[in-house]
Design a protein around this ligand. Structure first.
Ligand SMILES: Nc1nc2c(c(=O)[nH]1)N[C@H]1C(S)=C(S)[C@@H](COP(=O)(O)O)O[C@H]1N2
Ligand SMILES: [Mo]
Length: 213
């Protein structure tokens, strides 16, 4: 990934956090409902039929692959990293969208900085406690609205929505955001995740209705 993109993302984060001040104010995206989507007031649950129960004392997040500093963070180490909050819209490929989701957690750029991926790392593969996986190009997820979230609406993320921690990548269809996230592996070559091997688009852009491969 280019240094420039990474620096850009961090700068945008700083601007957002500064603009927001102590009380989090919603910062909505300029374009709202992507083509073919319907707004929902609720919050549907999509999973593989398993909602793993992970006690915080057993939770870890592993950052590995092509990195100079592989780490396994426990809950308190994760909580000691700089925390950010962000408000974003959520688009599921099954055509529902939810506006103004207020997420709190650690920016992906912070985890990137900690693990120090080597220059040849261009993809990240997310693995979850329920056996789910998904993959994203670093160019698409090292951005100012992308985080490993541990809170939603100011409260810990409910188990059904992927707690203790889930990935949020607002600009991609929501299957690219792993609930119950357990590991992020940095790779030189792309490796398809659970839905990607089952016919869903690898790029997953809601704005171009990039739903299926
Ligand atoms: N671990 C895991 N993450 C997952 C999924 C899953 O089944 N398991 N489903 C994905 C899909 S298809 C969507 S739309 C969102 C749903 O998040 P929600 O259940 O909080 O609405 O999580 C994504 N991340
Ligand atoms: Mo989805």
């Amino acid at each position: 990934m280019s240094k420039e993109r990474y620096i850009q993302a961090k700068q945008k984060w700083a601007e957002k956090q500064r603009a927001r001040g102590a009380a989090a104010r919603p910062v909505a995206s300029a374009d709202r409902l992507p083509p073919g989507q319907k707004l929902t007031a609720g919050f549907p649950v999509l999973d593989l039929g398993v909602q793993p129960d992970i006690p915080l004392s057993e939770w870890t997040l592993t950052l590995d692959g092509l990195v100079d500093n592989p780490v396994r963070l426990d809950w308190s180490q994760f909580g000691a990293l700089p925390q950010v909050s962000d408000v974003s819209d959520f688009h599921c490929v099954t055509t529902w969208s939810k506006y103004d989701c207020q997420w709190g957690g650690v920016a992906l750029t912070t985890l990137y900085e900690l693990a120090r991926p080597r220059p040849e790392a261009r993809f990240v593969y997310f693995a979850s406690y329920d056996g789910y996986s998904t993959n994203v190009a670093l160019e698409r997820c090292m951005d100012d609205d992308t985080l490993v979230a541990t809170s939603f609406g100011g409260a810990p993320i409910a188990r059904e929505h992927g707690g203790p921690a889930r990935v949020i990548i607002p600009k991609l269809y929501a299957w690219k955001g792993a609930k119950f996230v357990k590991a992020m592996t940095f790779l030189a070559e792309d490796k398809l995740g659970f839905w990607e091997v089952r016919g869903y688009s690898n790029t997953a852009d809601p704005w171009t209705e990039d739903r299926y491969a």
